[in-house]
Design a protein around this ligand. Sequence first.
Ligand code: GUN
Ligand code: ZN
Length: 446
Amino acid sequence: MIAHSPSRSGTNVGTRVGERVALRGDLLYLRADPGANADAAECVHFEPDGWLLIEHGRVAGLLPADREPAADWPREDWRGRLLLPGFIDTHVHAPQLDVIGSFGTELLQWLERYTFPAEQRWADQHHAEVGARRFVRALLAHGTTSAMVFPTVHRGSVDALFAAGQEMGMCLVAGKVLMDRNAPQELCDDIAWAERDCVALIEAWHGRGRMRYALTPRFAPTSSDAQMEMCGRLLRDFDGLYVQTHVAENQAEVRWVRDLYPNSRSYLDVYAGFGLLGRRSILAHGIWLDETDRALLAERGSTVAFSPSSNLFLGSGLFDWARADAAGMRVAVASDVGGGTSLCQLRSLADAYKVLALQGQRLSAWRALHAVTRGAAAALDLEAELGHFEPGAWGDVVVWDWAVGEVHAHRLGLARDLHERLFAWMTLADERNVAAVYVGGRRVDA
Ligand code: GUN
Ligand code: ZN
């Protein structure tokens, strides 16, 4: 829960701040991807005790501490706290809050035993609407203000999710999950019905406010060739659609795809064959890719959503970011709840560090924060307006406590430079550090 209040001055402050607001605190955002270089200070914009000016929902500018906003700017004073662009989660499942932390299985059994039954319950519209609101509030309370989301196969689940996001003013990319085989009958659609639902949802939601539509074939095993072809067709017929799916997560899954698609060179090649790889395609996991796959992803500008918490929890494997770098692939970091065990992207980053450490690789705080802000925005083709504090970006801001409790305060107090401080913060903090959340310049109660 968000429990703090800023010290207030001026007028028109509170949970809805009107057209303008100036937020004071330690402002930080990434200007560019620092790559594997921890010393990439030129990529970091840090304005200690600065002012962030937000007008009509978007960033109007930054001021250093020694320059006050004009007298007619309402102010909220978060001095001594860290203000970051709201995190972006590029892969998360709304109905899976019901199964987060489920014991004892790898991917395929986990889907059957826990996930599919939970998703079946979203056939009930009331259940879907309550679940969607709970999910959206939870994202915000964990510091995430934009997300690419899987709801369920039910058309009503997509309406419920977009409506809940719209109510909070946030940016969501989502679409009806497509499955027409190898799943419980209750979760399977057919081509004609799925296409009708997709077209209706695209027309209702794609480009409405901050909502965007993603074609969502769950993964190769649960879509027939005909359904994949339909996805490719819709992608060509409508401008600006996204694709979200899973690829090469688990070794048993990879073997299954090889049996189902004997003529495809690889799991990734199945999606390529149906024309589903482009700049707005985000594929979760990508652990068991080979060099040819990585080169293809780089060439198409598609992104892998590295989901370390899920990969550890489901025992799926270790994503190799250095190889992805060498191939020139785009990578974002995601929670993949409910395979992942926390909606807080700081937990994803701490797990990412550990996954890479097991392979002798190092994840700097700068690269980590870039991957859940500006890098994730770039993966969604929304870098012009998301993931940083440059003029024109949405006023999506999370106010974080630097430390919760004596141990964290003590450790941060010993940091000798900004990277050390941010890295220790990122490793130790979680949603309990969230002090306030702004979406489009408006404070929201999550
Ligand atoms: N592959 C297909 N569906 C899923 C899912 O819901 N979660 C994860 N982690 N992998 C999947
Ligand atoms: Zn997933």
